[in-house]
Write a protein that binds this ligand. Structure first.
Ligand code: HMG
Length: 401
């Protein structure tokens, strides 16, 4: 990335209180699966995965983990560091929903023993769901700057065995606190939004695994990027060259490289593949290791940028979120002076290193298969070392400890 400017804090000039991300944390599954195992199984060159799609390992949850246990583990870090005072809303974004009615956030609320005086809901729009939740949170904080919103994004990305999507599976949760005068990121008011009814990726209720038209989904992502970018520019968005860093939804890291080449072309300052890859490299560290975590992925790109060696104070980050189906958004935020207080690169590396590596046979046992099994009663084996466990199902009710 070339020159980086120190921008005014968002909103400060106009005397409007800033709002955005105060603190952010992540959690992931118990196991890691090196894509070398998959390449060996398919008798193909592993560089198709390591280089071609830019992914190295994927996280895989144990049988006693799911979006609730990962989401609770990430949110616990936020609550331990910030307390619960001021939190009046919990938004849980996911496309790996575990119930058609009850928000996964209510289970997290119970596990973390949060105060009763909180509204809790689930948001869904594929990988875009957490950006929708973030915008709702900003609206609530704008109405009452004393209020804070806890947002959790948690997903387990699963495709069928032996499909093109298989190497892009993954799992993770991110939790963050949205409030006025935030320490980490003040979000600016301009947004570029986009909706188009396309069938590029979907998961019917009876399936554990997503259906995807892979190549078509890449094109749909690009169309949404161009649409959201122009809408952003039409709604008082800043010039391309006023944005210092770009943080994309990363279903696989090479998707972001393709997208950045497209955006720079659209903005009239085209970058070739190595230049685009170099510009985005600081955002790739975690997603390369975790795989696609759908709604959490864009925030893991942001966390990787924060944890990179760069001094980011006062710099503007452009975010592009894409949710298949499709809804997308482009917006920006300014990194705040207090962001360094929240840097936890060592802790984040320890979370990645704590995962237990598994081989192909174990991976196949843990893969749930295509169809949801209609079981009203079962118990899971104890596998995870994480703070929360999914214990099984009793008469249709999910049990967590
Ligand atoms: P594919 O068709 O198996 O891969 O899967 P390919 O044959 O196109 O190869 C991929 C790249 O590897 C190519 O580079 C090859 O040249 C290269 P490119 O042309 O793209 O620059 N390659 C190699 N490089 C080095 N050494 C080698 C080698 N061999 C090949 N030996 C596909 C690709 C994206 C279709 C597949 O991964 C897929 O189906 N993924 C799932 C869908 C997906 O992630 N779509 C992304 C956009 S949609 C989205 O982001 C939303 C989503 O997150 C869901 C949501 O919103 O909820 C998915």
């Amino acid at each position: 990335m070339s020159t980086h400017t120190n921008h005014e804090q968002a909103g400060e000039e106009a005397g409007v209180p800033t709002a955005g991300i105060q603190d952010i944390a992540f959690a992931t599954g118990h196991y890691s699966f090196d894509l070398k195992n998959l390449a060996d199984q398919h008798e193909i060159d592993v560089n198709k995965f390591y280089v071609g799609i830019g992914q190295e390992t994927m996280s895989i949850p144990a049988s006693d983990e799911d979006i609730v246990t990962m989401g609770a583990a990430a949110a616990q870090r936020i609550i331990e560091r910030n307390g619960t005072e001021g939190i009046r809303t919990l938004l849980f974004a996911t496309e790996s929903g575990i119930d058609q009615s009850k928000s996964a956030g209510v289970y997290v609320h119970g596990l973390l023993k949060l105060p009763r005086e909180i509204r809790t809901i689930e948001t869904k729009m594929a990988c875009y769901g957490a950006i929708g939740a973030l915008q709702m949170a900003l609206g609530l904080v704008a109405r009452n700057p004393k209020e804070k919103v806890l947002v959790i994004a948690a997903d387990v990305a699963r495709y069928d065995i032996d499909t093109s999507g298989e190497p892009t599976q993954g799992a993770a949760a991110v939790a963050f606190l949205v409030q006025a005068s935030p320490d980490i990121l003040a979000i600016e008011s301009s947004q570029g939004v986009y909706t188009s009814d396309v069938q590029d990726f979907w998961r019917p209720n009876f399936r554990n695994t997503a259906l995807v038209d892979g190549k078509f989904s890449v094109g749909a992502y690009m169309d949404a990027l161009v649409g959201a970018w122009h809408d952003y520019r039409d709604h008082d968005g800043v010039d391309f060259d006023e944005i210092d860093w770009f943080c994309y939804h990363q279903p696989f890291t090479k998707m972001a490289v393709k997208a950045h080449m497209r955006l720079t072309r659209e903005a009239g300052v085209p970058l070739d593949k190595p230049e685009a890859a170099q510009a985005l490299e600081p955002t790739f560290g975690y997603n390369k290791q975790l795989g696609n975590s759908y709604s959490a992925s864009i925030f893991l790109g942001f966390l990787a940028l924060l944890d990179s060696e760069t001094d980011l104070e006062g710099q503007r980050v452009g975010f592009f979120s894409y949710g298949s189906g499709a809804v997308a958004e482009f917006f920006t935020g300014i990194i705040q002076p207090g962001y360094r207080k929240h840097l936890r690169a060592q802790e984040h590396q320890a979370i990645l290193d704590a995962r237990v590596p598994i081989g192909y046979d174990r991976y196949r046992v843990l893969h749930p298969g295509t169809l949801v099994q209609p079981l009203d009663n079962y118990r899971t084996e104890r596998e995870t070392q994480g703070p929360f466990r999914f214990e099984g199902v009793s008469e249709g009710s999910r049990l967590y400890r």
